[in-house]
Ligand binder design. Structure first.
Ligand code: 57M
Length: 358
């Protein structure tokens, strides 16, 4: 919003010309989101404590988690307040990719908020039914995909890194593919959010690398030079992910071990959905499997565990998702968390490095 007003002043005050640059607005979005999240974090935690809106710990989980009972949750509210404030100042609300990503963020925020509200405030441990949650996510993903494909935001071809040109034109089926990526990403981040800082770390590294890829794909000359599909206006998504990085670092200040607050489904579902949306709107859905490798590993560990248990009544892991397996193997929680962060940083660097070897 303010971006449009401030930029319009640039013909009278040349200083506001800087608002034309995506790099300037991205840096400002990062700083504003970081500042707001650190500023409101303490107050939000105290509010949740006073209201006794704390996490209920399931008794079938690792014993080391029982002491976490009552930890304030729904930290995703403070994350997205920070992101929305930053976007109000720096976001381009006339950019279709930006608006589609905002649509997914708001929809998944509402879904996660409702789920957490039912569980934490209404003490209804089930929250939104898994079927209802999935239906909400799929409808959101299909709507986002419909606008992306039918309003010329992205072409419906699937691009594989290292292959010059597209692999296949999926036509209207690309809408379902977009929905699949958004829903899978949202649920994978949700599953990963099971240790202090375990989800927000890879969210930060994923957002940062997607930001670099969005900048490249939105820049005509650079995208051509690097053989990356050009997606007009995708540069506006850099501001969005920069706000996520800022808000994520601010949230990590409080979510680092031992966590003073959890992000809740309101945080994990929406952050995952937004990352998936940015990945498809910048034509990086395949590379996103590498960037979000920790999320993929966590989700696959659950799929393997559930399939094995249902078919053979035997577990492959001591407990799924895989972070619990390492905990039960004897790794202290901080060691699991930091080692997963190290892997995420490596995967993000690897993904960016592919830009030079296409
Ligand atoms: C999301 N939620 C955490 C917190 C966070 C199918 C099955 C794999 C589903 C899965 C599940 O329930 N996933 C839900 C994971 C929960 O965190 C809350 O949820 C929000 C994210 N959605 O923000 O509000 C617990 O995680 C811990 N936590 C931290 N620090 C954080 O910063 O310590 C979270 C954030 C919190 C806290 O203890 O209470 C969760 O784990 O539920 N189920 C599981 O993950 C369960 N695994 C399981 O059942 N495995 C079985 C299946 C696969 C057959 C098996 O392996 O045999 C585990 N989780 C729990 N208990 N709580 C184990 C049992």
């Amino acid at each position: 919003m303010f971006y449009h007003y401030l930029y319009s002043l640039s013909d009278r005050f040349s200083i506001f010309n800087i608002f034309r640059y995506i790099t300037t607005r991205s840096f400002l979005a990062f700083i504003v989101a970081l500042f707001v999240s650190i500023l409101i974090g303490k107050r939000f935690i105290n509010f949740m404590k006073k209201k006794q809106f704390g996490q209920v710990i399931r008794d079938d989980g690792p014993e080391s988690h029982f002491k976490k009972a009552g930890t304030p949750t729904m930290g995703g509210v403070m994350i997205f307040i920070s992101i929305f404030v930053a976007l109000l100042f720096c976001g381009n609300f006339l950019s279709p990719p930006f608006l589609i990503t905002l649509l997914v963020a708001i929809s998944f925020f509402c879904l996660g908020f409702l789920d957490d509200y039912l569980k934490v405030v209404k003490k209804n441990t089930d929250g939104v039914s898994p079927r209802g949650k999935l239906l909400w996510q799929v409808v959101t993903g299909v709507v986002a995909g419909y606008f992306a494909v039918n309003f010329g935001v992205v072409d419906s071809s699937l691009y594989i890194p290292f292959l010059k040109g597209s692999l296949v034109d999926m036509g209207q089926f690309y809408i379902l593919f977009i929905a699949l990526v958004i829903v899978a990403s949202s649920n994978a981040v949700n599953l990963t959010d099971g240790l202090d800082g375990l989800a927000i770390g890879p969210v930060i590294t994923s957002a940062a690398s997607l930001g670099i890829l969005a900048y490249v794909s939105g820049h005509a000359e650079i995208s051509q030079y690097l053989y990356v599909p050009y997606v007009s206006n995708s540069g506006e998504l850099v501001i969005f992910v920069a706000a996520i990085v800022g808000a994520g670092v601010g949230f990590l200040w409080y979510n680092s071990y031992p966590a003073q607050i959890f992000m809740g489904d309101v945080g994990s579902l929406s952050l995952g959905g937004v990352l998936g949306t940015v990945a498809v709107l910048t034509k990086n859905e395949v590379l996103f499997v590498v960037i979000g490798g920790i999320f993929v590993l966590e989700a696959i560990s659950v799929i393997i565990q559930v399939a094995s248990y249902k078919s053979r009544k035997k577990r492959v892991f001591k407990m799924a998702p895989i972070h619990h397996h390492f905990e039960l193997t004897g790794w202290p929680e901080p060691k699991v968390i930091v080692r997963f962060w190290i892997i995420s940083i490596f995967l993000a660097i690897l993904a960016i490095a592919t830009l030079k070897i296409r």
